[in-house]
Write a protein of this length. Structure first.
Ligand code: SF4
Ligand code: SF4
Ligand code: SF4
Length: 272
């Protein structure tokens, strides 16, 4: 039973967040929301331990579709970075601000870029594309993320400075248009660079938060150098070009790791 400690722990962490927010915000939605996400993640970890091949994809679909369709389209919450700025500027600690705090700013101190591997609705679609492992080494285009980050901030700031009315409606439209753009750019980049995750590596503004925070992540894949035979298989299957055999936090592309566990599954010596 010891091997199932991790899914139980994940569920306990999410339940703690669910109950805390439910009681402090006096809103039962938080109990439902974080319990659902916690159960989905715990199920995925459980299936992974049972060696089910599509465990991660199941979590991606359960969480990604819930956030995109239910929270985004039905409840009309902009959970993208523009929504985060919007709620931050209005001083409201709910919806996108809580989502960002848990999944993308403080959460990565514990679970790194688990969000990117198991929950993001953009990657949920991109991971269906054919280039699961990049055909070529990464390009030095990461600076683009700072431009998209700045543009998102400028866009929402301009709405506030210009005292535009009905910002809620604009934020909903921005959610739809923003997602359509993300998908279009992500798919075009994936095919042109032969890399499903090119959008994540070069364009996604959220990585401005995710990368530095995940540098300190508690949960990370490490290599047992005693067992490793330097076959290089882990690097060949990694979608993010991480040098996972280097245990230092400064490992090559270390903050790109999305904890997909492809390296762990493929290591012939069980060294990871
Ligand atoms: S880098 Fe951005 S688009 Fe890619 S999985 Fe993470 S949050 Fe989603
Ligand atoms: S796949 Fe395993 S044995 Fe091969 S280099 Fe990576 S950690 Fe070492
Ligand atoms: S293959 Fe391993 S190193 Fe690469 S992203 Fe997945 S978990 Fe991280």
């Amino acid at each position: 039973m010891k091997k199932y400690a991790l899914p139980v722990l994940m569920l306990a962490v999410f339940e703690a967040v669910a109950v805390t927010l439910w009681l402090t915000k006096d809103n039962i939605f938080y109990l439902f929301n974080f319990s659902y996400i916690g159960c989905s993640i715990a199920l995925g970890v459980f299936l992974f331990i049972r060696k089910y091949e599509h465990a991660r994809r199941i979590v991606q679909l359960l969480v990604g579709l819930y956030m995109l369709v239910y929270l985004g389209l039905i409840c009309r919450e902009n959970m993208q970075i523009e929504g985060f700025w919007y709620y931050l500027f209005t001083g409201v600690f709910e919806a996108a601000t809580i989502h960002y705090a848990v999944a993308k700013i403080f959460g990565p101190l514990i679970f790194g870029r688990g969000w990117c591997g198991y929950a993001c609705w953009t990657a949920m679609v991109l991971d269906f594309l054919p280039y699961k492992v990049p055909a070529r080494p990464g390009k030095k285009l990461g600076w683009i993320r700072y431009i998209t980050f700045a543009l998102s901030l400028i866009f929402v700031s301009a709405l506030f400075l210009a005292h535009v009315g009905n910002i809620e409606r604009i934020m909903f439209l921005a959610f739809i248009i923003g997602n359509a753009l993300y998908y279009a750019v992500g798919i075009i980049l994936a095919f042109s660079l032969k890399d499903n995750r090119a959008f994540c590596k070069y364009i996604c503004p959220v990585t401005v938060f995710l990368k530095p925070m995940s540098y300190f992540a508690l949960l990370r894949v490490t290599c047992d150098r005693e067992k490793c035979i330097s076959c290089g298989k882990c690097r060949r299957v990694c979608p993010m070009n991480v040098d996972v055999t280097d245990n230092s936090r400064k490992r090559k592309n270390g903050t790109e790791c999305i904890l997909c566990m492809e390296c762990v599954k493929n290591c012939p010596k069980g060294a990871l």
